[in-house]
Design a protein around this ligand. Structure first.
Ligand SMILES: Nc1ncnc2c1ncn2[C@@H]1O[C@H](COP(=O)(O)OP(=O)(O)OP(=O)(O)O)[C@@H](O)[C@H]1O
Ligand SMILES: [Mg+2]
Length: 249
């Protein structure tokens, strides 16, 4: 039995189009793996297969050696696989602090009915402060999320996801739409994540990828073209031809 996430021979087709073609990937504890590839390569589809939004046609998804395909989305979050919340799931009228309280209470099984009960809130307070600090959001704690700059909102998304205490974190384009002047906020936050966490980063921003990933998987037409270290990937002529050439100098 191997620790972490292991995907074996994963297949998925939509109609006649194969979007996952025999994908094999292993994410060990502490992994910093980037999944890159052209638009439509199947990266988001792969993330959706991991989180249970989609079911594969065949293949296995093993978490610490146990096949989790039968688990629904909520079951997979409980098992420790989390994909970042989308900004659209944040509550724009609530403060950063109040937004962060929700997934903590949810995780602890209190849900909305306990919201406002002082004891429970107190228990969550320390954890909220730690998350605010980890994501350098302390000075925005009492600002309503809707008033934050886009880059800060994306940090709140990440912090909310971390509040679920995942073992495997999937980031689908964490820097997309963030102005270049703020993209270091995202890169810094990824670099500060717990070293034990396994992180899969789907991203087109090659500067970010080459800074945070120690392993890169290149997906083309649903199939893995190559997997290697950032150095190996940046040297490979096939990868340069199909994807990197125009993106990375
Ligand atoms: N629910 C669906 N039904 C049918 N086809 C789909 C569905 N979801 C995705 N596809 C198709 O699967 C292929 C892979 O899409 P996917 O969104 O996974 O690509 P991607 O690598 O994430 O691209 P991008 O870099 O643009 O985000 C595309 O051809 C897309 O149109
Ligand atoms: Mg995508």
């Amino acid at each position: 039995m191997s620790a972490g996430l292991e995907v074996k021979n994963l297949h998925k087709s939509f109609g006649g189009i194969t979007v996952a073609n025999n994908i094999n990937i292993q994410l060990k504890p502490g992994a910093r793996t980037a999944l890159i590839g052209p638009n439509g390569a199947g990266k988001t589809t792969f993330a959706n297969l991991l989180t249970g939004i989609l079911q594969p046609d065949s293949g296995q998804i093993l978490l610490d050696g146990i096949d989790i395909r039968a688990l629904g989305q909520a079951g997979r979050v409980k098992a420790g696989i989390a994909k970042t919340f989308q900004i659209t799931t944040l509550f724009p009228e609530m403060s950063v602090r109040e937004n962060l309280r929700l997934p903590i209470l949810e995780r602890e099984g209190y849900g909305a009915k306990w919201f406002g009960k002082s004891q429970v809130n107190y228990a969550a307070d320390d954890e909220i402060e730690t998350l605010l600090d980890d994501f350098q959001l302390t000075k925005y704690a009492d600002v309503t999320v809707g008033q934050l700059a886009y880059g800060q909102q994306r940090l709140v998304e990440m912090a909310l996801t971390l509040a679920l205490k995942p073992n495997i974190l999937i980031l689908d384009e964490p820097a997309a739409g963030v102005p270049t002047s703020d993209s270091h906020l995202i890169t810094d936050a990824i670099e500060r994540l717990s070293p034990d966490l396994s992180v899969l980063i789907i991203e087109h921003d090659m500067k970010l990828v080459f800074r945070v990933a120690n392993s890169i998987v290149v997906l083309v037409n649903g199939a893995i073209l190559m997997e290697g270290t950032p150095e190996e990937i940046s040297r490979d002529q096939r990868v340069r031809d199909v994807y990197l050439g125009e993106r990375h100098e």
